[in-house]
Ligand binder design. Structure first.
Ligand SMILES: [Zn+2]
Length: 258
């Protein structure tokens, strides 16, 4: 959301200010006095709740029963400021939710209340952070959450996680730091399947590798050719210099370097 600096300033001040508030949102123990013009303009869900014949219309109160108050708060912060905080405290136990996990929850609530722009912000924040934190247990935890959440449109979030996991698969699948990751891959077959597909697709997308091969016609030519991908190739190749043809396995025996 490209909001100008000045609009962010005054919206920031208005967020949490009950003056002129015309709508109350309740979740758990938390209450927010908000402004319909801000909330309803960005969320068809809240727009409907405020304009239809729901009981919310007269009471000007919307109760969100099944949500996490810290995530609702960040959703509201986004609606006022165009951004949210990734690091939030988990409910009553005070245990800390990882920032990666917060992004997953934000993406789910954005889908629930029909705020696609917030969902996009959550994906880009998730990707940026996961690119730095893919070795952590938090990355594994976030993957588990996104594959088990009630979010109906979680495919883009899956793609973001799978892309980063595939890029670092060699380490995650072999090294100590990947222990938590491997547990999740075992526990969530859909993730393991999507990861495998992504790794295969990545291999196909890789640019061809060239290597140097000396012409097997050592008496008359012996020149060095640059040939592409002979590792898994079949058939024969022609020397650029003497035009002799040799089978791939003959060329491979004349390979100069790895
Ligand atoms: Zn040759």
């Amino acid at each position: 959301m490209a909001k100008s600096a000045s609009s962010v300033d005054w919206l920031n001040r208005v967020f949490g200010d009950s003056k002129y508030s015309d709508l109350t949102i309740e979740c758990g123990e938390s209450t927010w006095h908000v402004h319909r013009v801000v909330i309803c303009a960005q969320s068809p869900f809240f727009d409907k709740a405020c304009s239809n014949g729901f009981k919310e219309t007269s009471s000007k109160l919307i109760k969100l029963e099944d949500d996490d108050p810290t995530i609702v708060r960040e959703m509201l912060r986004y609606l006022y400021t165009g951004d949210y905080l990734e690091q939030t405290k988990e409910g009553e136990e005070g245990s800390r939710r990882s920032a990666l996990s917060t992004n997953v929850h934000i993406h789910t609530i954005a889908d629930k209340y029909d705020i696609p722009a917030l969902g996009d912000v959550a994906i880009s924040k998730f990707s940026a952070r996961a690119a730095r934190e893919w070795k952590t247990e938090a990355f594994a935890g976030a993957i588990e959450e996104m594959y088990t959440s009630a979010n109906e449109n979680k495919e883009p979030m899956h793609k973001a996680a799978v892309a980063i996991a595939a890029e670092n698969a060699k380490t995650l699948l072999n090294d100590d730091c990947g222990q938590a990751f491997r547990k999740i891959a075992e526990a969530v077959p859909k993730f393991a399947a999507e990861l495998s597909i992504e790794i295969v697709n990545m291999k196909e997308k890789m640019p061809p590798t060239f290597a140097r091969y000396r012409c097997p016609n050592s008496m008359r030519c012996n020149k060095v050719n640059m040939l592409e991908g002979l590792g898994q190739a079949s058939g024969s190749r022609t020397c650029t210099y003497c035009s002799n043809q040799y089978y791939v396995n003959v060329w491979v025996s004349k390979k100069l370097d790895d």
